[in-house]
Design a protein around this ligand. Structure first.
Ligand code: HXC
Length: 524
């Protein structure tokens, strides 16, 4: 019979192995080295790991692939443990997330094959485990030395961004350069958060711009937070510094479910329901006088719960998350303070994308309506208001989450239809007594329908006023719409919160079947 021998470990050898692992970890922790870290700090930037520490619950981060090295062979260059990106999983306010954070101290955070594979690995885990994926980006883009491998790496990340879309929330925090094709990964995610100082996003940098178009432009003016926060609409939130930017990501996550099968987290709302009375005085006496719709939204929602997105872009429409009796809701509201609340092409894009996010993640949508119409003008037509407005119609019609609406004042023409009207499948539509639901405003309408009478009138101005008064009595109120069932209930402004909250509770388990198809073809 063969003797079974037990081969014991050599203690010395084991110690050596432990030391090897520990020293590899230490090398990896140093990233690009002390000097590069100091230079990063000097620019007012934190390191990849310092950023993760700010983002996650204390001691919750588990790093993976810490000592994974670049595998390229095309160009001789240093192969650094970790390959310029820190990846792993952690909890944020007790909820599981997967994370990657690019390390600018290693070859400028540039993306090579291993770097990309590490990101893909956490993206795959996030998708399979139903957890949000958060990327912290600070990178010089495709690692030039790795050529086509880095392009392939980006392609694989983009593919995963698309496969994860609508399944797990994807958040990109930009804390450094994000240039070239690299911008398309954040652009494919649900939310982009930038910081005021060090975030830059552009497809072609200032140098290329100068060569091709002759324009002289700084990094900041080409793709800084102000550009993307207020002009391009690329960024959803802007923080003052890195800490605030990271805190914005945490706050955003607090409204979102972990995946498309989960419900959004519910908070207990024990705030007394007072302060609703101010709503009864909010609509100005003067017909076209603006008022701040944000006040309406903030009063109706749970106290301090409104979290606005894309605040400085297309200000004529407001989008953001909030809570009603502790439940997450998505808010879309016309803002009469800007362009009278008219919908122009950017506002349509802003609303449509937000609606689609809410619908993907089971977040009920509440729409506040005060809209004079689509914005008229040559620029609007030439920029494609037809195509952009259609996105909004598509998004509202397609959304199957509970859809509630409140018309506070104007709801005219095509814009009445688009703003979550019953005709697009909204569930419960309320109107305040001040609501005016009509094809167009009284004066414009009378000028058309009484054109002949006005021409003949001795005093056309007086005649117009009389016609306008008659028209308003007949059409500019919510009664007609309520009589036809297009409005479910005319409510007093101070009843808005309780009415919305009741409707929301009853619609919570709404299920509707949509026709079987591969996917619709939203006008893009
Ligand atoms: C390799 C890079 C790199 C890159 C920076 N580095 N970008 N290494 N590939 N893409 C290295 C630098 O050589 C330097 O190394 C270190 O990172 C820090 O860079 P600096 O230039 O010293 O830093 P800074 O002055 O802060 O400028 C940062 C920067 C600049 C603006 C990002 O480095 C830059 O313009 N880089 C090139 C950006 C670029 O064109 N990327 C390709 C985009 S195209 P040492 O050893 O000196 O410290 C792209 C295609 C993607 O990404 C396509 C996807 C479909």
């Amino acid at each position: 019979m063969a003797r079974i021998t037990h081969i014991g470990h050599d203690k010395g050898n084991l110690e050596e192995k432990r030391q090897t692992i520990l020293s590899l970890r230490e090398i990896s922790l140093k990233g690009g080295g002390e000097e590069k870290i100091a230079s990063q700090h000097k620019k007012g930037k934190l390191t990849a790991r310092e950023r993760i520490e700010l983002l996650v619950d204390e001691n919750s981060f588990c790093e993976i692939d810490q000592i994974r090295k670049s595998q390229h062979s095309e160009l001789e260059m240093e192969k650094i443990e970790g390959d310029g990106v820190v990846t792993g999983y952690a909890t944020i306010n007790g909820r599981r997330v997967f994370i990657y954070s690019q390390d600018f101290t290693v070859l400028g955070g540039s993306l090579g094959k291993t770097h990309a594979k590490k990101i893909c690995k956490v993206m795959d885990h996030a998708l399979q485990s139903g957890c949000p994926i958060i990327g912290i980006l600070d990178s010089g883009g495709a690692r030039i030395q790795e050529g086509i491998d880095s392009l392939a790496g980006y392609g694989e990340i983009f593919y995963r961004n698309v496969m994860s879309s609508g399944v797990v929330p994807q958040v990109s925090i930009i804390l450094g350069p994000c240039a070239g094709g690299a911008v398309y990964s954040p652009a494919l995610t649900d939310f982009i958060i930038m910081n005021q100082i060090n975030s830059f996003m552009f497809v072609t940098g200032p140098q290329v711009v100068k060569t091709v178009t002759g324009e002289d432009v700084s990094f900041y003016d080409l793709g800084g937070s102000e550009v993307h926060g207020s002009l391009s609409g690329v960024s959803h939130l802007v923080g003052e510094d890195e800490e605030e930017t990271i805190n914005l990501a945490k706050k955003l996550l607090s409204y979102l479910p972990s995946n498309n099968l989960d419900d959004p987290p519910q908070e207990i709302d024990d705030i007394e329901e007072n302060g609703q009375d101010i709503l009864s005085d909010i609509i100005p006496e003067q017909e076209n006088e603006p008022y701040d719709m944000k006040k309406v939204v903030e009063t109706v929602l749970d106290q301090d719960s409104f979290f606005e997105l894309q605040e400085s872009w297309a200000k004529n429409i407001i989008v953001g998350f909030g809570r009603l009796d502790g439940l997450t809701v998505g808010i879309i509201a016309n803002q009469p303070l800007f362009l009278g609340g008219a919908i122009e092409y950017n506002a349509a894009d802003k609303a449509a994308r937000f609606i689609r996010f809410c619908d993907s993640f089971n977040i009920p949508i509440i729409t506040f309506v005060d809209v004079p119409g689509f914005m008229p003008g040559v620029k609007q037509e030439h920029e494609g208001i037809i195509r952009h407005g259609a996105k909004m119609l598509f998004a509202y019609s397609e959304a199957t989450v509970p859809k509630l609406a409140v018309i506070t004042r104007k709801a005219y023409g095509g814009a009445y239809i688009v703003m979550s009207s019953k005709h697009l499948g909204a569930d419960i539509n309320f109107a305040w007594p001040t609501a005016e639901i009509a094809v167009m405003g009284a004066e414009g309408a009378c000028n058309i329908i009484y054109r002949k009478e006005l021409k003949k009138a001795e005093n056309p101005e007086q005649a117009l006023q009389d016609f306008v008064a008659k028209y308003k009595k007949q059409f500019s109120n919510p009664i007609r719409a309520a009589e036809k069932g297009y409005i479910d209930k005319v409510i007093l402004p101070e009843e808005t919160r309780i009415e919305l909250s009741n409707a929301l509770k009853f619609l919570q388990n709404k299920r509707i079947d949509i026709p079987k198809r591969k996917h619709g073809n939203i006008p893009l």
